[in-house]
Design a binder for this molecule. Structure first.
Ligand code: ZN
Length: 443
């Protein structure tokens, strides 16, 4: 190679090397810039995350007007349409709502179904609405978020109203509670209240040997629900008894006081003295489970029990001074009552007080009996049989679970006392205890 060619080659090589070097520098700079961009993006994301985590879930992030609703986006990213008529109906101003009574003052006759906002302004703290009629409403984000028409909000309120019932069968074991602990420890009482809503059944152990121990426990929770048998009734073998329960005969499984339109919610069956020897065993079953088995296995029979009104009646005179001197009850309802979701919300089966009058055409009578008998068979197929100990109080959801007893020898002493508590009062106590204890079991 000549020196000239060598020099040119060297120059070209150097140029190529410089090009590579420039490229490397450029790449290096790009990498550097990219890294910087990435770190800025990460920081922004982190900042956004921090902002989101700092923003309360119930903060109002945006409010958009639609034709008949206000569309809100909350701090946790959830959103909901809030119909104007609902917002106006729930105006929280002193003219429309009583802060002291927590009740609506606005009258239905004064509510305009087509009410529209003239002006909306929102901030993280809430929403203010000026309506076309000049009325002015303010809502906090917390108030709106709690009541928004979102699945979360609707489910939360549904559970605050009542726990989901959990059906049980023959393998069920009654959860046990100690009487004194229920009286002294609110946490234990709350646990019992929740168990009763879910399972509709529990056993309270070690009750004092007093005939009013059941009513005393009920009074600790709320109020005794009295009946024409008084605030509590001795279920003993009474001479000239005014109810077949007050004998020593076998009692088929039943719900108490089906002869009442408003049947007692929870029954407290206190065993003060248990019969010695055979007989007197308790038998209980979950009417909810039996109803669902019937619904699946025989929809026609299920329909008959939900669509046929039965009469229940109870006519008599007092056995004791605390009973109503003369009574004559008649109630009318299906054996299985359905709510608006087609869920069974009341079971009322009671062979003793079921009336001989049937408001049915004759050709429908036999299918009604067939359906009742089938339901009764399912109940017994899925029942528990056990003997209560002296000092036990069996508590049952009386509009869901059924109880009965085997017959027993009349010569042996057996003393049961029954008393009642209504569901309104039980759930009321549960909600207040949850607030007091800061406990919100949402299972
Ligand atoms: Zn108002």
């Amino acid at each position: 190679m000549s020196s000239l060619r060598y020099t040119r080659a060297l120059a070209a090589g150097c140029a190529a090397l410089r090009g590579v070097a420039r490229q490397q520098v450029r790449q290096s700079c790009n990498t550097c810039t990219n890294r910087r961009c990435l770190s800025l993006a990460a920081a922004a994301q982190q900042q956004a995350r921090t902002k989101i985590s700092q923003t309360p879930a119930n903060a109002v992030m945006s409010a958009t007007r639609t034709s008949d609703s206000l569309h809100l986006v909350f701090g946790d990213g959830t959103s909901s349409d809030l119909p104007y008529v609902w917002l106006r109906d729930n105006c929280q101003c002193a003219q429309c709502f009583s802060e002291g009574a927590l009740g609506r003052k606005l009258l239905m006759q004064d509510l305009d179904l087509n009410v529209k906002p003239a002006l909306i302004s929102e901030s993280e703290r809430g929403v203010t609405v000026e309506w076309t009629d000049g009325h002015y409403s303010e809502f906090t984000g917390e108030w709106l978020y709690d009541r928004a028409f979102t699945p979360t909000s609707r489910t939360r309120r549904r559970h605050q109203f009542a726990y989901t019932r959990e059906p049980w069968g023959a393998d069920h074991r009654l959860p046990e509670y100690d009487y004194e602990r229920m009286m002294k420890d609110d946490k234990v009482l709350l646990d019992w209240l929740i168990t009763m809503e879910k399972k509709g059944s529990a056993m309270v152990k070690n009750a004092p040997d007093r005939d009013i121990a059941g009513p005393e426990l009920i009074e600790h929770i709320a109020y005794v629900k009295p009946s024409h048998y008084g605030p509590h009734s001795p279920v003993i073998n009474r001479p000239e008894s005014n109810n077949v329960a007050f004998t020593n005969a076998k009692l088929g499984m039943h719900n108490d006081l089906a002869q009442y339109e408003h049947m007692p919610g929870i029954i407290f069956i206190h065993c003060l003295k248990q019969h010695i020897g055979t007989g007197g065993e308790s038998v209980i079953a979950d009417g909810l489970l039996a109803a669902e088995i019937l619904r699946k296995s025989n929809p026609d029979a299920f329909h008959v029990l939900t669509a046929t009104d039965a009469y229940f009646w109870d006519k008599g005179r007092a056995n004791y001074s605390w009973e109503m001197p003369e009574f004559y009850k008649i109630s009318r309802h299906p054996i299985l009552t359905l709510d608006s979701n087609n869920d069974v919300c009341r079971v009322s089966l009671n062979n003793a007080v079921r009336d001989s009058f049937l408001d049915l055409p004759a050709h429908k009578v036999k299918s009604f009996y067939a359906a009742m008998k089938l339901f009764n068979d399912i109940l017994y197929d899925n029942s528990l049989v056990f003997k209560m100990d002296s000092g036990d109080i069996m508590t049952l959801d009386n509009v869901r679970c059924l109880h009965g007893r085997e017959g027993y020898e009349a010569l042996s002493e057996r003393h049961i006392e029954s008393s009642y508590l209504d569901w309104d009062e039980a759930r009321c106590r549960r909600r207040r205890l949850q607030e007091k204890l800061g406990a919100n079991d949402r299972k």
